[in-house]
Design a protein around this ligand. Structure first.
Ligand code: NAD
Ligand code: DAU
Length: 356
């Protein structure tokens, strides 16, 4: 891997699930010697506790700024005060179900927020050496029983979330074509692992199973997702930041397609094995409850990640069996993190530490 051409990396959304895993990976596991400036608005999905150890261990190399990426003046200060020379853009509203109920924040953050960052970056050329945009396979829409998404699959987003991500991808591409901003884009499949807010399928099912609550499976439970352990996504993003070609997009996936019901059954078996038994010795599988389907529910996602494998030598390192076991164990071991991210106290804690 090449030595990165930048030293002052702005990471947006670094207090969220993937962003926090990425910053931990970057500072603890790579030979990057520069500084990370984490800009996060601290929405409900953020947890600065995820980076408390990093902040303590790397006081010179890790900076946190609470700001909204759509706040041009605040972000301009960040770019200039910290001499930002590269951007890794994770910040987004990320949950499909929330986008169906109330799309407003998705339009504001995912589209206008990305546009604000792009403008600030292009105004600082040639200082900006890389602008990496983290996106999703959901921009491609839904597959039938066969086939895979490649980098050339036409966009066909079906939810307000995926439409907002598609819009941001197009803006990023346009800033490369029009202004020669050195962008890269990754479109990744479903991530799972430690630090994920428990509204997404895997952490929600782990915690409900632990607590003996119903496990709500949408529709017939036969929808297919391609699951990737979060640190494998982080290694892919880091490779693209260092070695990706200007203007290129890369699909990232786990080659690990599973029906939702199979994922939930695997979680039930692990929670039965690793946690205290339910009263009466019931299996967690008995908690599975089929509920009304998600409107516009995409049937199947599957990523062809041959390009990043071939061109950048990236491969996922974790099997689903190992990654899921590690994830279940992490949620069992981190009850305080879960309590905080779920409680109203959390918002008060943020206000006390970082201002309202
Ligand atoms: P997340 O919801 O866990 O975290 C998002 C973070 O962004 C939070 O810390 C939040 O406070 C911050 N944020 C939101 N709006 C902001 C704003 N206006 N200004 C500054 N910060 C803001 O999301 P995630 O699952 O970590 O996803 C990160 C990125 O990866 C997103 O762009 C998402 O589209 C993409 N992605 C996610 C997955 C997945 O499976 N989770 C898969 C592929 C791509
Ligand atoms: O594919 C990448 C995308 O994966 C990311 O871009 C999104 O940010 C991320 O949230 C994720 O989107 P999904 O909609 O696929 O993830 P979610 O965890 O919400 O749902 C996974 C599958 O499980 C989906 O088919 C819906 C189903 N589901 C979800 C929940 C929350 C259920 O059956 N029951 C549930 O309670």
């Amino acid at each position: 891997m090449k030595t990165p051409a930048f030293q002052h990396l702005l990471v947006t959304g670094g207090c969220g699930f993937i962003g926090a895993n990425f910053i931990r990976h970057l500072l603890d596991e790579t030979d990057f010697a520069g500084r990370v400036i984490n800009v996060d608005k601290l929405t409900y999905a953020a947890n600065p506790l995820s980076l408390a150890a990093v902040a303590e261990k790397f006081p010179e190399r890790y900076v946190f700024v609470r700001a909204d990426i759509a706040d041009r003046a605040a972000l301009a200060r960040v770019f200039d005060d910290y001499a930002v020379d590269a951007v890794c853009h994770f910040a987004a509203e990320s949950h499909v179900d929330r986008s169906i109920v109330r799309p407003d924040d998705f339009i504001q953050t995912n589209i206008l927020g990305t546009y604000t960052l792009l403008q600030l970056a292009r105004e600082r050329l040639p200082r900006i050496k890389r602008f990496h945009h983290v996106s999703t396979d959901e921009v491609f829409g839904s597959l039938g029983a066969t086939g895979f998404f490649t980098e050339t699959t036409p966009y066909s987003p079906n939810s307000p979330y995926s439409a907002s991500k598609a819009a941001s991808d197009h803006l990023v591409r346009a800033f490369h074509e029009t202004y020669r901003l050195p962008v890269t884009v990754s479109n990744c499949s479903n991530n799972y692992g430690p630090l994920q807010f428990p509204e997404k399928l895997i952490p929600l099912m782990i915690l409900n199973a632990l607590e003996g609550q119903p496990l709500p499976v949408y529709g017939d439970g036969r929808n297919v997702r391609d699951w990737l352990f979060v640190t494998d996504h982080c290694t892919a993003v880091w490779r693209i930041l260092c070695d990706g070609a200007d203007g290129a997009t890369y699909n990232v996936g786990g080659r690990n397609e599973m029906e939702n019901l199979a994922v939930v059954n695997a979680i039930c078996a692990l929670v039965d094995e690793l946690a205290a038994p339910l009263p009466g010795g019931k299996s967690r599988r008995d908690l599975i409850t089929f509920v009304k389907d998600r409107p516009g529910h995409d049937r199947r996602y599957a990523i062809d990640c041959a390009k990043i494998e071939r061109e950048l030598g990236w491969r996922p390192a974790k099997s689903f069996a190992t990654g899921l076991r590690r994830t279940v164990q992490w949620y069992l071991d981190n009850a305080a993190w879960v309590r905080q991210v779920r409680s109203g106290d959390y918002q008060r804690w943020i206000a006390a530490h970082y201002g309202a």
